[in-house]
Design a protein around this ligand. Structure first.
Ligand code: B12
Ligand code: SF4
Length: 439
């Protein structure tokens, strides 16, 4: 059979999810800190040059505009992405798409990877588990040849009512397809909407490495690569930064940046040599900072402006319950290093359902005492498929995934729920009242 040129529509779902503190306690900025480009879809589009591909970002346009584009484009294949709080929304969207036209619908992303069975239903034809750049290309290749994609590792063909079967993909660096850049051009029309309200700036995304070798109990990253840490070459990252043109803030969206020392050094050197002068944001583990202060210094010189550090907590017992693999003193040391270098700290903390008033107070005091410039507090959320979910399943009181926005207590709280939310919401409000502006 001859290869068919496919029309492929990749869709970023609309802003969704429920948030009790926002709905009932007047906080407006928890879920929508900023709109980010649908980088995963840009990456998936990269190797599909033989086909006609478009990206629709429903976070940036109205549903009416979307359906008009959909009717005009008439896709053969639709690719949807979703984190957990978007899972129900993409099911509804896929249902509507199937009613209008019957393209092949593929769902991928964090929720599909951790809880693929959730999408084993008639609205979807295939589920992508883990990294999708190469496996999706293989699937499109098979469909273009008039075949099915059931034999592609990492891709499950749905079988509603029956258990899902698929071959696990043994991810390696070839899955990153280093030589193929993301299709930034496909979101050019939305670019000015990718805005970080809290800092008043727009950002472009690049990625240097995927996955993580750590196993924090709540996290939905390790399975993405089968627990491996996979790197792009420094040259590919430089290429991507340059493709973003004059955007001056670059977010490295790795889950665990600087996890490979030699790559991080190589990239730093190449940034310096190439004359790239940007402000970089990266997600870095506290122990990486403590083990590699010289690397942090180099990166400060290369433009590292802020780091997002998943501190999660500062008490050893909780850190160990989260399987963080370091103790509280590491956090103190990391903060000192970052302050000395003048790198802005975006500190992620988790409010446990075990928290009482004293714990919230201790957290606020810790943030103030350590001058965490941008604290981000989420509520501990057991995402299906994680070790935390297994542990907390019996305590779940809200199973509707719309509420899995990391802002709701979906498990029983030690404090009465209303007081927990009020204390959490008041703390977040106070922290938001001291916004940090970039210099
Ligand atoms: C940048 C980022 C954001 C940005 C923008 C995200 C966006 N573009 O929409 C902002 C700050 C807005 C954001 C917000 C939130 N985020 Co966020 N975010 C990230 C971060 C750091 C990077 C995402 C990224 O670009 N990754 C790189 C891409 C290439 O990887 P990827 O998405 O996994 O895609 C690959 C595969 O999954 C697969 N794939 C993905 N989609 C599809 C689709 C198809 C068809 C196929 C075949 C394959 C496929 O192929 C891709 C390429 O290999 C991740 C952590 C991380 N490092 O991944 C968290 C992360 C995705 N966020 C998370 C969460 C919880 C949220 C919030 C709910 C938090 C909150 N309370 O504010 C909100 C909700 C956002 C929303 N959609 O409504 C969680 C998701 C957990 C979960 N299972 O729900 C993550 C994993 C962080 C974490 N460690 O817990 N986020
Ligand atoms: S929270 Fe960070 S360090 Fe822990 S498993 Fe996830 S990506 Fe790795």
């Amino acid at each position: 059979m001859t290869k068919q040129k496919m029309k492929i529509m990749l869709i970023n779902p609309p802003n969704c999810g429920r948030s009790i503190p926002e709905e009932e306690y007047g906080i407006t900025s928890l879920r929508q800190i900023f709109k980010g480009e649908p980088f995963n879809l840009e990456i998936l589009a990269g190797p599909l040059k033989d086909h006609e591909v478009m990206i629709s970002d429903l976070k940036c346009e109205t549903e009416d505009a979307f359906w008009k584009t959909f009717d005009e484009f008439q896709p053969d294949v639709v690719g949807l992405t979703a984190v957990t709080c978007e899972a129900n929304t993409v099911i509804r969207l896929a249902r509507k798409i199937k009613e209008k036209r019957n393209p092949v619908i593929v769902i991928g992303g964090n929720h599909a990877t951790y809880d693929p069975g959730y999408f084993n239903r008639a609205e979807f034809d295939y589920i992508a588990i883990g990294l999708g750049k190469k496996s999706f290309r293989e699937l499109i290749g098979a469909l273009a040849d008039g075949k099915k994609g059931q034999d592609i590792a990492g891709i499950a063909e749905t079988s509603p009512g029956k258990p899902l079967t698929y071959a696990t993909r043994n991810y390696d660096e070839t899955d990153l397809m280093d030589e193929v850049p993301p299709r930034y051009d496909l979101v050019a029309k939305y670019r000015n909407q990718y805005f970080l309200e809290q800092l008043g700036l727009t950002m472009g995304f690049v990625i240097t490495a995927y996955g993580c070798t750590h196993k924090c109990s709540f996290c939905t990253i390790p399975k993405m690569t089968g627990g491996k840490y996979l790197n792009h070459s420094a040259d590919a990252v430089i290429r991507d930064i340059q493709m973003l043109g004059d955007i001056s803030f670059i977010r490295m969206v790795d889950a665990n940046t600087f996890g490979n020392l030699s790559l991080s050094l190589d990239l730093y050197k190449k940034i310096m040599q190439s004359g790239i002068r940007k402000k970089f944001f990266a997600d870095v583990r506290a122990d990486t900072i403590v083990k590699n202060p010289a690397l942090m210094k180099n990166w400060k010189e290369a433009g590292l402006y802020a780091v997002v550090v998943g501190f999660e907590d500062f008490q050893d017992t909780r850190l160990s319950a989260y399987n963080k693999k370091y103790q509280g003193h590491v956090i103190h040391e990391a903060i000192d290093i970052l302050h000395d270098l003048g790198i802005v700290i975006v500190g992620d903390f988790i409010a446990s359902p075990e928290y009482d008033e004293k714990d919230f107070e201790a957290l606020e005091n810790f943030i103030a005492a350590h001058r965490i410039e941008i604290p981000v507090i989420s509520v501990l959320t057991p995402i299906p498929g994680t070790p935390l979910y297994k542990k907390m399943k019996k305590d779940i009181i809200i199973s509707d995934l719309d509420y899995y926005t990391f802002t709701n207590a979906v498990t029983k709280t030690k404090m009465p729920a209303a007081i927990f939310y009020k204390t959490f919401a008041d703390l977040v409000k106070r922290l938001h009242e001291r916004p940090h502006k970039p210099n």
